[in-house]
Design a protein around this ligand. Structure first.
Ligand SMILES: NC(=O)c1ccc[n+]([C@@H]2O[C@H](COP(=O)([O-])OP(=O)(O)OC[C@H]3O[C@@H](n4cnc5c(N)ncnc54)[C@H](OP(=O)(O)O)[C@@H]3O)[C@@H](O)[C@H]2O)c1
Length: 290
């Protein structure tokens, strides 16, 4: 699979499920030559089946964002096959759940390895190609949780997404001279495999943790937040729109919940916002309150 007729080339990380899966499909359906990358190729069957049935330009290759060699060799293959990369979607990520006291430093470093250094690795791998061709769009999947430290027991996750936000803002300034755009996508709650793929700190024991009852309440409160969640396809559609726009925004919140919370954030003091957010999960009020 190489490019023809000026087809654009897109690379998506973490395409085995959720947002990455839907984004890879949508880009390929819109005639981007799409490399749906994933760390475990055993999870590629469904994507390949759909691509074959619809005859869309989608190829799956192995890429683990934690691994320099894996990232560099995947990008080398793509550049050899197409001589260009137009779009990189940094999507791979997970959340580490647990009280800070009960998380290990290694677990927290692991969260940053994927959610933050994974983004940096993929950016470093594609930038030389985009710089030489004088164009490109890098899409970083941040989160509503990259704008507001919404939820307790997600300290490392929030920190990793705040890091992606600051990194992106600076990188935008650095790459503008080469006509490379770097964009943030900020989804609210999305119905993907995200909760199932969530990691809990290994030192957490609900039998004797001083945090157990609060953690239980937060889990239950998530139900009201998930009731307002969006489909991963909604995120994919916003990504496609950003990629196809000549002068895209810096950041795109996705979902009614994300839009609502970011609006409320401008209207409340920090302490009022803290209380409001706490009520969203502790009192099961959800985020959207009209
Ligand atoms: N779901 C939400 O509510 C939500 C909200 C805001 C932002 N986000 C962000 O959206 C992104 C996608 O999440 P999702 O909701 O689509 O969740 P998901 O269904 O769990 O998908 C996460 C993807 O990341 C992949 N991944 C994890 N570690 C990886 C690694 N080291 N190398 C390559 N791929 C890796 C997973 O692969 P495996 O199948 O191999 O595990 C999976 O394909 C994440 O960055 C997440 O933080 C999600």
């Amino acid at each position: 699979m190489g490019t023809s007729n000026n087809q654009k080339v897109a690379v998506v990380t973490g395409s085995s499920s959720g947002i990455g899966f839907e984004t890879s499909l949508l880009l390929a359906r819109n005639q981007f030559v799409t490399y749906a990358t994933m760390r475990n190729l055993n999870k590629s069957d469904e994507l390949l089946k759909i691509a074959a049935k619809e005859i869309i330009p989608l190829k799956v290759i192995q890429l683990d964002v934690n691994d320099d060699n894996s990232v560099n060799s995947a990008i080398d293959i793509i550049v050899k096959e197409n001589d260009r990369i137009d779009v990189l979607v940094n999507n791979a990520g997970y959340d580490l759940f647990g009280s800070l006291e009960e998380l290990t430093i290694d677990e927290i470093k692991g969260q940053f390895e994927t959610n933050f250094f994974g983004v940096i690795r993929a950016c470093k791998a594609v930038i030389p190609t985009m710089r030489k061709q004088g164009s490109g769009t890098i899409i970083n999947i941040s989160s509503l949780g990259g704008r507001i430290g919404l939820v307790p027991f997600l300290t490392a996750y929030h920190a990793s997404k705040f890091a992606v936000e600051g990194f992106t803002e600076s990188l935008r300034q650095e790459l503008a001279q080469f006509n490379i755009d770097v964009i943030l996508i900020e989804p609210g709650a999305i119905r993907s495999n995200f909760i199932d793929n969530s990691k809990t700190g290994k030192n957490y024991n609900p039998e004797n943790s001083p945090y157990a009852s609060t953690i239980q309440k937060v889990f239950e409160g998530f139900q009201s937040i998930m009731a307002e969640s969006s489909h991963p396809r909604d995120v994919a559609e916003v990504i496609l729109k950003a990629v196809n726009t000549s002068n895209p925004n810096v950041r795109y919140p996705v979902g009614k919940d994300a839009e609502y919370v970011l609006k409320i954030r401008t209207e409340l003091s920090d302490k009022e916002l803290e209380k409001w957010v706490r009520e969203s999960y502790m009192d099961k009020k959800g985020f959207i309150r009209e």
